[in-house]
Design a protein. Sequence first.
Lengths: 225, 257
Amino acid sequence: MLRNFLRAALTIAGKDLRAELRSRELLGLMALFALLAILVFSFALELDRPGRQDAVNGVLWVTLLFASILGHNRSAALEREHGGFDALLLAPVARGAIFAGKLLANALFTLIIALLLLPLLTVLYNLPQFPPALLLIVPSGCLGLAAIGTLLAAITVQTRARDSLLPVLLLPVALPLLVTALRASNAALGNLPEAELQTWILLLLLVDLIYLAAGFLLFETVLES
Amino acid sequence: MSEAIEVCALPAERQPRLLRLLNALTVLALPLGLYVALVHAGTDTSQGDVQRLFYLHMPSFFGAALAFGGALLAGIGYLVKRETCYDSSAVAGVEVGLTLALVNLVSGSIWARPIWNTWWTWDPRLTSAAVMCLTYAAWLVLRNGIDNPQQRRRLASVYAILAYVTVILTLIIIRIRPDTIHPAVIGPSAVNAQGSFELAATPGVTTALLVNFPIWSLLLPLTLLWHRYRLQLRIEVLEQRKAQVLNAPLRAAKGAD
């Protein structure tokens, strides 16, 4: 049972990754957007050297959030255009596995962008050092973003406004994730008392868990037609 | 014929007796509550008359939380039972909740101007209350953006469930974020809280709260919810009849072929 579930989820995630490897549509777009966002933030906030160090955290997460919105929209639109969701529903696999597969692929795309952003921000925004705790915080943040984003993108792709609606639905609901991820990485960067680091990481994981549970419970009803 | 399956009953022309009782109670209780809040209760020694806004401010938030909670339950109910009437109550819940949440935000803002010396500050609790309003505004946008009625009800139900996260967040945030300046009424306020007051310090404050709380958090939302629900049922029936009339020539043409 569990093995079937995992195999189905991995197959679906593998399909998304293969499609991306062949078309190279999404990652290039997300990466370029993330680069431009960093530039725009740097100008818009008129940052000097200490200012950059203070702002780097917010720039990282806001850029990731918007880049992941691009990714979720594209991934859901591709499935919808080619009738992928209907085909997935016909497949004899657990409904949760479909969500898990899409979620895995989306989380991986966001994570790749995050891993690209981290060294870039270290150089461009003068991150003082690279705290190892970020290696736990960033993937957890990406996982949460992917969980709520995959679910909501499957909703908005069925509306008249299509992809323009996703940010409006996602931003308020993703706020708990954004707050905990921001606080956790702020603590990791040494801007908050050491004791808070663990608290915020635990809260971040809790938010992840809630989003995942909501996704697994509700994704099936979102897709059915 | 998918439209015929989900016919919901047109509500009776005459309002049920309980609703008429609620109407009368609300019409009588609102002025009474305002009288107790504005005249009967003593003036707060440190904050002055503006403190009287509190009697609307806190109860209207709980009224909003109740209405949004109704929308949450209606969302779950729709996904389980797939009956249109659940979706109609979700619409009522969100609209009434949003109205009360705006009463809460605006009254808080007016109170904050003399007490905090600003209309608005990016305090955790203020932010989360504003985000709550925006989430339910997004719900309305989502619901209006889907043409197929069944699809609209299903997806709106899913988002109504998710949106309740923001209500819970607003309720607990002053307990988990110690840097808020928003005072807590029940239990100890955060250390930075500005503008707290003791319920027992001024005569009549507790009475005014006890009178206004059930009015704004229970009586008014329930009455409004019920009316909006009845209205939404009528709208649904109207939409169905419209669709039937518009489809009739089409079906006749098909039959002739």
